[in-house]
Design a protein around this ligand. Structure first.
Ligand code: ZN
Length: 204
């Protein structure tokens, strides 16, 4: 298998829908709740859920590569770097990486922003349902903090060894190294410069 930048690129709908979410934030700021709710509902597109499921729900050779099971962790737990990611490190990663998944380019939001949307619009986001039945986009946009060299293999919890990713890119790779997953090192690509700022500060 050729080395790739990511397992599976997000569908175009993910970007159309995130624009809708930005529109929802504008309506929310003007207290136009019904219009905000309509935008959030429109952003709940099945194509996004399909993409998430393809990468996250089970191992598929065509997507994940030829390996059949995650290799055994190579570093004893007692010798691993602390795994805890401080709020400060999360902020620095989000700002450095521009709220964009460093593997696939998916737009991301801080977990707090996702939570605010769900709290303000529990019906439109289906916040009380199990994970796979909730809003397709919001679950795909929660920023994850990924150890490039997996923590279980001695990877450090530092700015240098971490990137922000979407949930599919993070969970799809699991404990595999980049080489095992046939992925290019995202740190070697320039960070995309976009005007997406994660809707930071919105929905409050
Ligand atoms: Zn991604």
């Amino acid at each position: 298998m050729n080395v790739r930048d990511c397992f599976l690129s997000p569908p175009d709908e993910a970007f159309i829908a995130s624009d809708m979410l930005a529109r929802a934030a504008d309506h929310f700021s003007r207290n136009e709740m019904e219009l905000a709710r309509d935008c959030i509902r429109s952003a709940d597109m099945p194509e996004i859920l399909k993409w998430r499921r393809e990468v996250m729900a089970g191992y598929k050779p065509a997507i994940h590569g030829p390996g059949s099971k995650p290799p055994v962790p190579s570093v004893p737990k007692s010798e691993r770097h602390p795994r805890y990611i401080s709020a400060d490190l999360k902020r620095r990663l989000l700002e450095r990486d521009g709220y964009i998944c460093r593997f696939c380019g998916m737009r991301l939001m801080h977990q707090i922003t996702c939570k605010r949307i769900e709290t303000s619009f529990p019906d439109a986001t289906k916040a009380s349902l199990p994970n796979w039945e909730r809003h397709a986009l919001i679950g795909g946009m929660v920023a994850n903090y990924d150890h490039v060299l997996p923590w279980s293999k001695g990877g450090e919890t530092t700015l240098g060894n971490m990137v922000i990713t979407c949930p599919p890119c993070n969970y799809g790779r699991g404990e595999w190294t980049l080489a095992e997953a046939h992925l290019n090192d995202p740190r070697l690509r320039p960070i995309s410069s976009t005007d997406w700022m994660g809707l930071d500060g919105a929905f409050q």
